[in-house]
Design a protein around this ligand. Structure first.
Ligand code: NAD
Length: 479
């Protein structure tokens, strides 16, 4: 479903008409849309700084004017607390827009580079060129942020863009489909709605760049589709983020920060701490601190708390509930299928072979695996896929640096969880199974720009240039 044509009362645009034609002809339904964006791209319209600025400002207006419908949509999709929506879906996106607007002119400038002896009189620079027509595919857990933050980078870099939000958060998808187009230049930006079938058809088309956020399984499908056209891409994927807690840590602060990271958005966060590694003694001391933190944050009955979200779908609910049989339920464990409620839960003494350790948890459930020491924790982490984020809690900075040096992950945090992502100066991305490439702020601009290597020479000084032309005499060999 191409949304532009589906909005009641809205006349189909040129791209919709293209799509209808291709549908009627039994062709891929997105051929017309992609070619109309390509035509807009070829006009050069999106390359102009003024166009980029106007679209970024329009995006900011969308966030301001549609704040309440956004809050309502996320409440309806997953009972996401308004504070969490404001922080993670609105403020973070607006920060990106403002930062891009403030820095765009310097980012767009040619970057002059060092020259060698034979190019001393020439001009050598890197030109940041837009790729062209870009496809951005989002996941459901931060349904606005994961579409709009990359969109900021793609607009700033001067591209035409098709966004494909997750179909799972249907109310948020509807807002993006029905209201965002009225803010943006519809010749250059389009929203496509739908799930795997529509995305598969979309991916059959040739794009100039693909930006995908989602699971490693679907990431492989997207990468295979991109390979057919040799399209470069970024993959923002997931995985199990380890968290090592050292024996000498201040355990109440550790517990507060762990519970916050695990329970924000009911644990449905790609950089949430997925499991804890610590000694058996630390586990025993950590459990009452975790219980205290959960009660402080959500009261004695977290189900009643307005600050605790619900699981997005029945499928996800059942998947997470099935993980509760791992280890022993030390805290929480209550569930309610009707509400898709899973209490903040801590599983103690979990074995690496149990279900909770076989997949990304993506819910408010924290397994603890005991290890005798930091060496075993490092070995445990290194035996698994490289995660999107890794956390260490320790007052000993040498220990923090040791874990940092001896492991690998997309991002790293010491003595806190998830806060690394609030810094606009840090790239965000995974490594190996957790992703390919990175974005946020200037890193987004660079991701969506081709770095064109340019050398501008004059036609003069031919005697000097003749030194490299055949015939290669012995005298030239000695040069
Ligand atoms: P998903 O991979 O199921 O879906 C992501 C997108 O791909 C959706 O838009 C969906 O419509 C589309 N899709 C699904 N199946 C497809 C198929 N077979 N062919 C083509 N397209 C398909 O992921 P999800 O369930 O929406 O999100 C959860 C995953 O995303 C978790 O693994 C999480 O860690 C990860 N994630 C990563 C980041 C990050 O920034 N690295 C952020 C959020 C979520």
């Amino acid at each position: 479903m191409d949304t532009k044509g589906d909005i009641p009362g809205k006349a189909p645009t040129g791209s919709d008409i293209g799509k209808m034609d291709s549908k009627a002809a039994g062709m891929n339904p997105y051929v017309g849309l992609v070619s109309s964006l390509r035509a807009a791209w070829l006009t050069g319209k999106t390359r102009a700084a003024e166009h980029r600025v106007s679209q970024l400002e329009a995006l900011r207006r969308f966030l301001d004017e549609k704040k309440q419908p956004i809050l309502d949509a996320m409440a309806s999709d997953m009972r996401k607390p308004p504070f969490e929506v404001e922080l993670s879906e609105i403020v973070l996106v607006k920060n990106e827009v403002n930062y891009a607007l403030n820095n765009l002119s310097s980012w767009m400038k040619d970057e002059f580079v060092e020259k060698n002896l034979v190019t001393q009189l020439d001009t050598a620079f890197i030109r940041k060129e837009p790729y062209g027509v870009v496809l951005i595919i989002g996941a459901w857990n931060y349904p606005l942020n994961l579409i709009l933050v990359p969109l900021v980078g793609a607009i700033a870099a001067g591209n035409c863009v098709i966004i494909k939000p997750s179909e799972i958060c249907s109310s948020t998808e509807k807002i993006l489909a029905e209201t965002l187009p009225s803010y943006l230049d519809n010749d250059c930006f389009a929203v496509v709605t739908g799930g795997p079938a529509e995305t598969t058809q979309l991916l059959e088309n040739k794009f100039d760049y693909i930006f995908f956020t989602g699971s490693p399984q679907v990431g492989k499908i997207v990468m295979a589709a991109a390979a057919k056209h040799l399209t470069p891409l970024t993959l923002e994927l997931g995985g199990k983020n380890p968290c090592y807690v050292a024996d000498e840590s201040d355990l109440q602060n550790v517990a507060n920060r762990l519970v916050w990271g695990r329970c924000f958005n009911a644990g449905q966060t790609c950089i949430a701490p997925d499991y804890v590694l610590c000694s058996a003694e630390t586990q025993e001391k950590l459990l009452p601190a975790l219980r205290h933190a959960i009660t402080q944050f959500f009261g004695p009955e977290p189900r009643e708390s307005p600050d605790f979200a619900r699981i997005i779908s029945d499928k996800q609910f059942q998947r997470i509930r099935a993980l509760l049989g791992s280890g022993r339920v030390a805290i929480g464990g209550q569930t309610d299928e009707r509400e898709r409620y899973i209490a903040p839960t801590v599983l103690a003494d979990v074995q690496p072979s149990e279900p909770a350790m076989q997949e990304e948890i993506f819910g408010p459930v924290l397994p603890i695996i005991t290890v005798p020491n930091v060496d075993e924790a490092i070995a445990f982490i290194n035996r698994r896929e490289r995660p999107l984020a890794m956390y260490v809690f320790a007052s000993d900075s040498k220990l923090v640096h040791r874990v940092l040096e001896q492991t690998s992950s997309g991002g790293f945090g010491a003595n806190d969880t998830m806060m690394q992502t609030t810094l606009i100066s840090l790239p965000f991305g995974g490594i190996g199974n957790s992703g390919l490439g990175s974005y946020h702020s200037k890193f987004s601009f660079d991701t969506f720009s081709h770095h064109r290597a340019c050398l501008l020479r004059s036609l003069g000084l031919e005697t000097v240039n003749a030194l490299r032309y055949p015939p290669y005499s012995e005298r030239k060999m000695g040069l």
